[in-house]
Design a protein around this ligand. Sequence first.
Ligand code: NAD
Length: 301
Amino acid sequence: TAKLIKGTEIREQILEEIAEEVKQIKEKHNKVPGLVTILVGENPASVSYVTLKIKTADRLGYKEIQDNQPEDISEADLLALIDKYNKDDEIHGILVQLPLPKHINEKKILNAIDPDKDVDGFHPVNVGRLMIGGSEVKYAPCTPAGIQEMIVRGGVETSGAEVVVVGRSNIVGKPIAMMMCQKGEGANSTVTIVHTRTKDLAAHCKRADILIVAAGVPGLVKPEWIKPGACVIDVGVNRVGEKVSEKTGKTIAILRGDVDFDAAKEIAGSITPVPGGVGPMTITMLMKNTLNSLKYQLGLK
Ligand code: NAD
């Protein structure tokens, strides 16, 4: 059976490393990373994402501001708010929780965030920096950064490896593909991107030493598509039903990945579970990006 690459464990390692660094920077420079999350309206999923981000930031000793705005805030007022945080020296990361209400132009809002505080890594400037690679990169987008971290900490050789990425979204597929083919540690791979128009998905997947699946289709990748010994990173998070939690008694979603996990783990060399795999890495990397923003400000990076 495959070795499990657990996001929950790697998260704890990285959060400990971050907490230690935060402590040292605070002692030497009397500064802590500052993160603001801007939430417009009360979409329950958005509320729970923001709460989780704030809780993690709190645990690490960050200054955190949860800025909740009414559903009917105007675009101009939201832009003014972003401008305020852009100019605030104690704020190192600005997050605008998506989706935004229909009367607000999402692109306009995201593009108004100072690229140097865009810890999500979605601003075109940061997308461009990612493409150039190397020391140009300030903030890699959080889910792809988490995937790369898992591959490296999972002890998987990436140099010269055949990497196949299933999915071409701007938040996962395209950036992780770009990151894996760059020069450097945890990269130097030969990358193929496959998607809905790809002719023979199975044939491509079968060649992969590292198979990264971000399609959002439960069980898309069949065990016979996996090369024996390959590293399988399952990014998919699909709600396939509901159950009552044994711990809390509350109704929770049953989550499945894009890979048929039970069968795949008998063939792969290493694999990430769902839940508990890539999921926990995203917020972790968000915290790391926010710490890095402070380090750039202090000239430590
Ligand atoms: P998306 O819908 O934007 O993109 C999916 C991509 O997969 C598309 O490019 C599409 O071409 C490709 N695809 C879809 N069906 C396919 C098929 N049958 N064959 C081949 N290619 C196919 O999704 P996304 O935002 O990239 O997210 C993908 C999955 O990852 C989702 O399940 C999402 O919930 C999950 N996700 C998890 C995290 C996390 O764990 N932190 C973060 C982001 C996304």
